[in-house]
Design a protein around this ligand. Structure first.
Ligand code: AMP
Length: 222
């Protein structure tokens, strides 16, 4: 299965993609995670991406396209993958079409995770992530707090806030989403692969809805 998730920042794509990845045993490719890792490791792509990420705007397309060409062509993606955060504009979506054509593959399903605007900002600014890279559990100050403030329940490491999750950058990221990423809904709808799932409520319920959507429309084996 080759699944692509769309949705605004804070829609919960990361959380749901991680669950789906464990359930379907497919690699979860998050563009944001890959970029943050590249920044941390100081790779040429990371160095080039950092100033854009710090402003909450999109990193140049060629960096993402090269990154995903390498990942999607690797043997770990031979049985499928879950894309989260790429593509993020029409040019990237067209580049993905070409990559998939080269691999003689097609997207099985695009899921648009819908969340009311008022919720998005709350979700982003309250998000906290375990600083231990191999754990990377995600919490929320209000909706999913850790048992001990600032400490990961899973591994005891300190929780951190992503620098671009701070309030002053959230509006810029949501504006970028509206202007550049939202048109992808129409792009994939016209290709008849788009399905919508509601991203509000309890994470377990949202996950069930996503599975139901995939089962009904994409015939997954659970
Ligand atoms: P995310 O974790 O998905 O919210 O991404 C964090 C930041 O990484 C975004 O605000 C962008 O600066 C950058 N980014 C992630 N994915 C892409 C993409 N497909 N194209 C361009 N920039 C991206």
């Amino acid at each position: 299965m080759r699944i692509l998730f769309l949705g605004a920042p804070g829609a919960g794509k990361g959380t749901q993609c991680k669950r789906l990845s464990a359930k379907l045993k497919l690699p979860h490719l998050s563009s944001g995670d890959l970029l943050r890792e590249a920044v941390k490791d100081g790779t040429p792509a990371g160095v080039a991406a950092k100033s854009f990420m710090d402003k909450g705007v999109l990193v140049p397309d060629n960096i993402l396209i090269d990154m995903f060409r390498e990942r999607l062509s690797s043997s770990s993606c031979a049985n499928g993958f879950i894309l989260d955060g790429f593509p993020r504009n029409i040019a990237q979506a067209k580049a993905l079409d070409v990559l998939l054509e080269d691999l003689k593959a097609q997207l099985s399903c695009v899921i648009n995770l819908e969340v009311d605007d008022r919720l998005l900002s709350d979700r982003i600014t309250g998000r906290r992530t375990c600083g231990n890279k191999t754990c990377a559990a995600v919490y929320h100050l209000k909706f999913a707090p850790s048992k001990v403030d600032g400490i990961c329940d899973e591994c005891g490491s300190a929780l951190t806030q992503r620098s671009d999750d701070k309030e002053e950058l959230v509006m810029a990221r949501l504006k970028t989403y509206r202007e550049q990423t939202e048109p992808l809904i129409e792009y994939y709808d016209s290709k008849k692969v788009l399905h919508t799932a509601l991203g509000e409520g309890e994470p377990d319920q949202i996950f069930e809805d996503i599975l139901k959507t995939l089962n009904t429309n994409c015939l997954i084996k659970q």
